[in-house]
Design a protein around this ligand. Structure first.
Ligand code: DOR
Ligand code: ZN
Length: 380
């Protein structure tokens, strides 16, 4: 039976290894959406205002998240900064922090051009504190290697990229290879891959190097990002051929590739601000994270990009991508058998336009109106 004909599907809870949960009222709004999207474990990004650069900040943030939704496991990270020294890494490891996020420095973080151009400099929200030279961090990377912390790369070059290098992401790939060669035992995640070239670069490295793939890079292309502020994000989605390469990686069964939604909420009012004010970069998918991955795979099957003729085989590979590969890469302690599973059923549900309150804090959801499975949590 084809996946497209399956009416009901049961999966273990998804692990979303790249989320932005923000602070204050936005955090209160977003955290309860995690389980709606079928997720019980999240890797939490540290690009707050100010960024999370100390163990105390990370633990305080984790406590706030747990108070809002205690049924989710929060994996915490630090924002790479000169103050994140080898001794901070030792302290972080002892406190159970699992990763350090590297954002290339971007002086223009909050003034992205819109529509985006491939050459536009600029990386991402709150990244003006990021890294400009990797050499300064050699001792920190060595400490991470020794303590088993993961380096999470926002893999986009900063500054002007020669046209021959392609996108900002493709221009960054030699840096990935270089870091892996210099620190071969350092586990590295190339976050939110958006090109076929990035997938190949990750495959070319050893098993210490893996990559996350978002839901939205499985259905958006650069053309969507140009016209729709809700589809505008970093890295900018690329060509249809890149999207299809990402889809094939999702159902390949390769443990190097796992889910990280990069769900990045911004107030709808700021997304809709009339040009020339640029919208903030970020696509919000959290309430339908798992559902949008499954939908994208079904659409890819309809286009002939992936084969869904054996629904059981596709389900097993989706389970690897959504739930198993990320947990294995992060070496999470073997969980007790999950008490709950997620059940997906076709009940004519569609993606909601937004979450929150119109006129107050409201966040637009990507793919509003698209037909998705209804998701419920069921005891196992
Ligand atoms: O589009 C993005 N928005 N990409 C990121 O990597 C970060 C994010 C954000 O924090 O808004
Ligand atoms: Zn992100």
């Amino acid at each position: 039976m084809k996946l497209r004909d399956v009416q009901r599907l049961e999966l273990p809870p998804s692990a979303d290894m790249h989320v932005h949960l923000r602070q204050g009222a936005m955090m209160e709004l977003v955290v309860p959406q995690i389980r709606r999207g079928g997720v019980d474990t999240v890797f939490v990004m540290p690009n707050l205002q100010p960024p999370i650069t100390t163990v105390a900040q990370a633990l305080e943030y984790k406590a706030l998240l747990q108070a809002i939704e205690p049924r989710v496991t929060y994996l915490m990270s630090l924002f790479l900064h000169p103050s994140v020294t080898p001794s901070v890494i030792a302290e972080a490891a002892a406190a159970g922090i699992v990763g350090v996020k590297l954002y290339p420095q971007d002086m223009y973080a909050n003034t992205h051009a819109f529509p985006p151009s491939p050459e536009s400099t600029g990386v991402t929200t709150n990244s003006e504190n990021g890294v400009s030279s990797f050499d300064d961090f050699a001792a920190t990377f060595a400490a991470m290697e020794a303590h088993g912390l993961v380096l999470n790369l926002h893999g986009e070059a900063h500054g002007d990229v020669p046209a021959a290098a392609g996108s900002l992401e493709e221009a960054f790939l030699p840096t990935l290879a270089d870091l892996h060669a210099r620190f071969p035992r350092l586990r590295i995640v190339l976050e939110h891959c958006s090109t076929a070239g990035a997938l190949d670069a990750v495959r070319a490295c050893g098993p210490e190097v893996a990559a996350t793939i978002t839901a939205h890079h499985l259905y958006l292309t650069g053309d969507d990002s140009k016209v729709d502020p809700l589809a505008f994000c970093k890295p900018i989605p690329k060509r249809a051929s890149d999207r299809d390469a990402l889809l094939r990686a999702v159902v390949s069964g390769d443990p190097k590739f796992f889910f990280g939604s990069d769900s990045a909420p911004h107030p709808l009012a700021s997304k809709r601000a009339a040009p020339p004010a640029p919208p903030p970069a970020g696509v919000f998918t959290q309430p339908v994270a798992t559902q949008l991955v499954v939908l994208a795979v079904e659409e890819a099957a309809a286009r002939g990009v992936v084969d869904d003729a054996d629904a059981d085989a596709v389900r097993a590979r989706l389970e690897g991508f959504l739930s198993r590969h990320g947990r294995a890469f992060y070496r999470l302690p073997p969980p007790p058998p999950p008490q709950e599973a997620i059940r997906l059923e076709r009940r004519s549900e569609t993606v909601p336009a937004s979450v929150g309150t119109a006129g107050a804090l409201e966040v637009g959801v990507s793919r509003a109106g698209a037909p998705v499975f209804s998701l419920s949590w069921v005891p196992r």
